[in-house]
Design a protein around this ligand. Sequence first.
Ligand SMILES: CC(C)(COP(=O)(O)OP(=O)(O)OC[C@H]1O[C@@H](n2cnc3c(N)ncnc32)[C@H](O)[C@@H]1OP(=O)(O)O)[C@@H](O)C(=O)NCCC(=O)NCCS
Length: 177
Amino acid sequence: MTDSPTPAPPVLHGERVTLRPLEESDVELLAEAVPADESAAPWWGTEPDKVRRWLTEERSTGLAIDVGDSLVGAILYSEETDPDYRSAGIDIVVLAPYSGRGLGPDALRTLARYLFEVRGHHRISIDPAAKNANAIRAYEKVGFRPVGIMRRYERGPDGQWRDGLLMEMLDEEFQHE
Ligand SMILES: CC(C)(COP(=O)(O)OP(=O)(O)OC[C@H]1O[C@@H](n2cnc3c(N)ncnc32)[C@H](O)[C@@H]1OP(=O)(O)O)[C@@H](O)C(=O)NCCC(=O)NCCS
């Protein structure tokens, strides 16, 4: 475990996915692909600029999700470094042609292992829109548990505020294997 608040973005190997630092060309590709992707756009947004901003936010670390030579999506994490509130948060997008094959859960497990075992976190949270049933099911598969509804938590692409579901997973709830 390290206490460094800003370690270099890692390269991590899952069962099928490889997570590696996002490059500018990945960001550009995803900023175009995500808004055009029917299953991702309702949750990640319809504006390339917004997607670009999320992927490059300073407070989070963006990793590309690769399967072989193909970029299939992105996974981001942020770390709360206040010692009394230490925890990590994750966000993810897998492009529609690659979704429904367990690649999202593989990426989530791979990053969770790093955050628990290398970064020393004891709690990871994730906050899908309350109506994003596919995401909630995928996160439950990995070990995240619903905590509660955050009312009018985020503004969707239609401009309306919508509820979010706070989910979290503790170190002892994760299947480390
Ligand atoms: C949510 C997401 C990360 C899940 O990753 P994934 O690789 O598709 O995960 P899985 O293959 O395990 O699919 C999870 C479940 O949802 C279903 N599913 C996933 N994508 C689906 C889709 N587009 N349409 C219908 N079902 C879908 C899968 O069949 C699976 O169901 P099962 O558990 O009954 O088999 C990915 O689908 C995604 O990025 N979606 C769009 C963006 C998004 O919602 N991001 C999360 C924002 S918080």
